[in-house]
Design a protein around this ligand. Structure first.
Ligand SMILES: C[S@@+](CC[C@H](N)C(=O)[O-])C[C@H]1O[C@@H](n2cnc3c(N)ncnc32)[C@H](O)[C@@H]1O
Length: 461
């Protein structure tokens, strides 16, 4: 049962995406009807959350079974407050990925709307659909006399039109479930300091999944499945020197360090100073000491001096055994997103930046080294077209098979050969959207019902 409208995009953006998914190569291969149907399913599935939560287990600190057991205990405690019929906790393994645990999301459930309404931002709404409570900064509107303890229905503002501090909102919104206010209205909107902490504790969410706030922080890390796949595809070994060029908040950096058994060096760069602390915090929380994080613009990370003078960036050419470029992108694969207010110009602005970063990545990689390029978007311009450009611009690069390869192959439209497309890994939830909620058992569904994501692996000869 699909409960939300399809993702709402600016008109130019919908037309652009449609032209991508109905490009000439696709039309020639599958015909108009199949291409159109895939595109329509994409628009539907992007507004819905995946049907499970993926947790990356810190298998450098404990065995998967041990972590699974502890997680079960912690989450059972959390569920004591729920009605008995809702307490069913499954924690499953993935057949091919050795360090993830999968927890089914229950929903959409039948929840009766209340008369008191709280409206939250689209970003906050997406987090609620994935199991979070409502934090104070996400609240846009609340009843005029809302007091801690009041029961409220929570809605997500679909078009970014609700004014912060409003007492009601008549615009387009979708129901996310019911909760209990933990703060008075005045302590959310009428304070000198920005309000912090949980403002509404969700007790009857439309999609039920455990809240992971504070749960086994060093052992259980929330991460989308394709992002975990990236760490494995990079294939780093203990003792190597790795560069993660766009690293914050450090989910993949820490995964790579964990896979290396914390032996060697993982250099994490990010241009955004505020986010560097998140990398440090995550590395500390996961007890990883081989991560070194620096605030730096990675397009400038190649030094003209062949000798390394300082500990941090810039670095001489050919300094790293492996490079991960998890590129800044238009993010159109994220789920759930109910509405994007981005203009076509913004969506199209990433290709040139990604190419600048890619050039630096190739220079910083040693010969014989591995470069992994990834994005969490669905456009051709940021994915297959970048691969075609890279193979054309850097004859030293060849595409490599990926391990594990659980996603689909690359999409037609960028002039790549069938062999090249087979080496790419595109997570395309729209391809299995019809079957998502039916009979497919979770561990199998987990590999297809993901966020939209893209991975390419290159070897530098
Ligand atoms: C997709 S996110 C990275 C997510 C991260 N790899 C993870 O798994 O947690 C892209 C990141 O690129 C950073 N970024 C954008 N332009 C950059 C640049 N020129 N140099 C370094 N980082 C950049 C952004 O600040 C953002 O944190």
């Amino acid at each position: 049962m699909y409960v939300f409208p399809r993702i709402s995009l600016k008109p130019g953006v919908t037309e652009h995406l449609k032209s991508v998914f109905l490009n000439k190569e696709v039309l020639a291969a599958v015909g108009h009807e199949a291409a159109e149907s895939r595109f329509q399913k994409l628009l539907s599935c992007l507004s819905h959350p995946p049907s499970y939560t993926c947790v990356r287990a810190s298998t450098h600190l404990a065995s998967l079974e041990e972590i699974r057991h502890k997680l079960g205990e912690e989450l059972q405690n959390q569920m004591h407050s729920l009605p008995v019929e809702e307490v069913s906790l499954q924690i499953l393994l993935h057949p091919l990925i050795p360090d993830v645990l999968l927890l089914p999301v229950i929903g959409p459930r039948l929840v009766k709307q209340l008369s008191s309404e709280v409206v939250v931002s689209a970003q906050c709404g997406s987090a609620v659909l994935r199991g979070a409570h409502v934090f104070a900064p996400g609240i846009l509107s609340s009843p005029k006399y809302m007091k801690a303890g009041d029961e409220v229905s929570v809605f997500s503002d679909l078009e970014g039109k609700c004014t912060r501090g409003a007492t009601s909102f008549q615009g387009r919104k979708v129901f996310l479930g019911n909760g209990v206010a933990e703060k008075d209205r005045s302590s959310i909107f009428c304070t000198d300091e920005p309000a912090k902490g949980i403002a509404v504790r969700m007790v009857e969410p439309l999609y039920q999944s455990p809240s992971f706030a504070g749960v086994l922080p060093s052992l259980a890390f929330l991460q989308n499945l394709p992002s975990v796949v990236v760490g494995h595809v990079l294939g780093a070994h203990p003792g190597e020197r790795i560069l993660d060029m766009c690293a914050a908040p450090g989910g993949k950096t820490c995964h790579i360090a964990a896979l290396m058994g914390d032996q060697g060096e993982v250099v994490a760069l990010d241009r955004n100073r505020n986010k560097i602390d998140r990398i440090h915090q995550n590395a500390q929380m996961l007890r990883l000491s081989c991560v070194k994080a620096y605030c730096f613009n990675s397009t400038q990370a190649v030094s003209s001096d062949p000798v390394q003078k300082t500990e941090g960036p810039p670095f001489p050419p050919e300094s790293f055994d492996r490079v991960l470029l998890d590129a800044p992108c238009s993010g159109l694969g994220q789920r759930p997103i109910m509405a994007s207010t981005w203009s076509l110009k913004e969506i199209c602005s990433y290709q040139p930046l990604q190419r600048k970063l890619f050039r630096a990545a190739v220079q910083l990689l040693k010969r014989g080294g591995v470069l992994v390029y990834s994005t969490c978007t669905v456009t051709l311009a940021e994915n297959e077209e970048q691969v075609a450009w890279a193979l054309d611009s850097f004859p030293c690069l060849t595409l490599q098979p990926q391990e594990p390869h659980i996603g689909a192959e690359g999409m037609l439209g960028a002039g790549l050969s069938p062999e090249q497309l087979r080496l790419l890994q595109r997570f395309s939830p729209e391809l299995s959207w019809d079957h998502t909620e039916t009979t497919t058992p979770l561990p199998c569904r987990a590999s297809t019902d993901t966020i939209g994501f893209f991975i390419a692996k290159f070897l530098k000869k």
